[in-house]
Design a protein around this ligand. Structure first.
Ligand code: HAM
Length: 419
């Protein structure tokens, strides 16, 4: 026998047992997005590599070492499997002129790809739901996003998620802060690790994002960007906080929160959980008012966030599949045509049917019925076929088996499923 082929490391299958949780999550999320007026945009998984280097930033971990990039054999173009969705969404909005006449509230969902070291909660193919709002300048949209997340956690029954919030101000505030930060880091140069020495040259703000505990005293004593905010950014940030407080959404201001992508300005935030180990961030985002213009569009303010679906699912209590529908067992001479017809009649009535296509005795078919997620078994033998009836047996609760014409059985199943 030849050796079986395994999946690529860090890229997971979602098996049927896990699907109910994914489906429950996506159904809840779609209802929630609709409640806030967000409309879906479907984006390709492959983009030109330049899109990501120009938006996420050349010096970031994502662009410098985590992208799946290859040369298209026909065109010679450099292409990349998307590591995130914001850049693609901005590209699409510019390309299709969506911002010409009105603002937009958009969302997308699907897989993203990053060549990171796989561990619990960190995968090379993972899924996001991303939300982006274009054309809104005020702090209300920033707050809407965070309030919206708080509502989703509640709907999913998640607790213990904390909101960490910061403001990166405008370009001048960051330049002012950068000067002071570089001076501080240079003073402590010998104590920095190699990664931070490299970041000091390329993007000193990212040193603040270091997870190395040895650097915490240097980071704690570093000049804070939040103390350098320009007056408009400060006012914007204060209003975001007021709206969150009004809505009872707790947050903590975390001055070292800078995010790992370069496109942000003003509000940035992360929702974190203690229950996830090292990969604690469930959802993250912020404002990126310059990106549309930087990617060649007419300037438009923007902000958004993305949640990591796998991480949210880890926090969700197991959503078991609720038993529903019927398992149709049939046995005996000439029963299959009648059983096949009954199955389609049930589906006409919008009742889910798993038709036993493996055969064997009623006993072995009933074993399969028990192992399925059906709530009822329908049995069709020679007697039922001759008499034009079907037999219904509850699988998950006590109750007698009854035989009746299919119309009565349909009415009975519907009544029970609705109660
Ligand atoms: P991000 O912080 O890179 O932001 O990713 C958002 C979320 O995706 C993370 O908080 C995490 O839950 C999940 N995630 C990221 N990498 C992995 C991984 N390797 N395995 C599993 N989950 C992961 C963005 O992607 C921005 N586009 C968010 C945004 C939208 N900002 C504005 N609009």
């Amino acid at each position: 026998m030849s050796k079986p082929i395994q999946a690529v490391r860090g890229m997971n299958d979602v098996l049927p047992e896990e699907s109910p949780r994914w489906q429950f999550f996506h159904d809840t999320a779609r209802g929630w997005l609709q409640l806030y007026g967000y409309r879906e945009i479907k984006l390709p998984l492959l983009e030109k590599s330049e899109l990501f280097s120009r938006s996420i930033g050349q010096a970031t971990d994502i662009v410098s070492k985590e992208m799946y990039t290859f040369e298209d054999t026909l065109s010679g173009e450099s292409l990349t499997l998307r590591p995130e969705g914001t850049a693609s969404c901005v590209r699409a909005v510019i390309e299709h002129n969506l911002l010409y006449s009105q603002p937009h509230r958009l969302y997308y969902e699907g897989p993203m790809f990053r060549h990171e070291r796989p561990q619990k909660g960190r995968y090379r193919q993972f899924h996001q739901i991303g939300v982006e709002a274009f054309g809104f300048v005020g702090p209300d949209i920033d707050a809407e996003h965070m309030v919206m997340c708080a509502r989703l956690w509640k709907e999913l029954g998640l607790s213990g998620l904390k909101l960490e919030l910061n403001s990166l101000g405008d370009a001048e505030s960051r330049a002012r802060h950068r000067g002071k930060l570089v001076e501080h880091l240079r003073k402590n140069y010998d104590a920095l690790d190699d990664d931070s020495k490299r970041r000091l040259e390329l993007n000193p703000l990212r040193v603040l994002d270091s997870k190395n505990p040895a650097l915490s005293p240097i980071i704690a004593s570093a000049p804070r960007l939040i103390d350098e905010l320009d007056p408009e950014s400060r006012e914007h940030f204060e209003h975001v906080q007021t709206l969150l407080t009004d809505r009872g959404v707790d947050f903590e201001i975390v001055p070292r929160l800078v995010r790992g992508l370069d496109y942000y300005n003003r509000t940035v935030y992360e929702w974190v959980s203690d229950a996830l180990g090292a990969q604690a961030t469930v959802c993250a985002g912020g404002r990126y008012d310059r990106l549309v213009a930087e990617l060649g569009g007419k300037p438009a303010p923007a902000c958004g966030f993305a949640l990591g679906v796998e991480r949210v699912l880890t926090l969700m209590k197991d959503a078991e599949a609720k038993p529903a529908g019927v398992y149709l067992a049939h046995h005996g001479e000439n029963t299959d045509r009648y059983a096949f017809k009954i199955a389609e009649m049930l589906r006409d009535a919008k009742i889910a049917v798993v038709f036993d296509a493996s055969g064997g005795s009623f006993k072995s078919q009933m074993k399969r019925a028990d192992a399925s997620s059906a709530r009822f078994a329908l049995l069709i033998g020679e007697d039922e076929t001759r008499g034009g009836v079907v037999s219904l047996k509850p699988l998950r609760e006590a109750g007698e088996q009854i035989a009746a014409p299919i119309e009565d059985i349909i009415a009975r199943i519907k009544m029970e499923e609705e109660s």
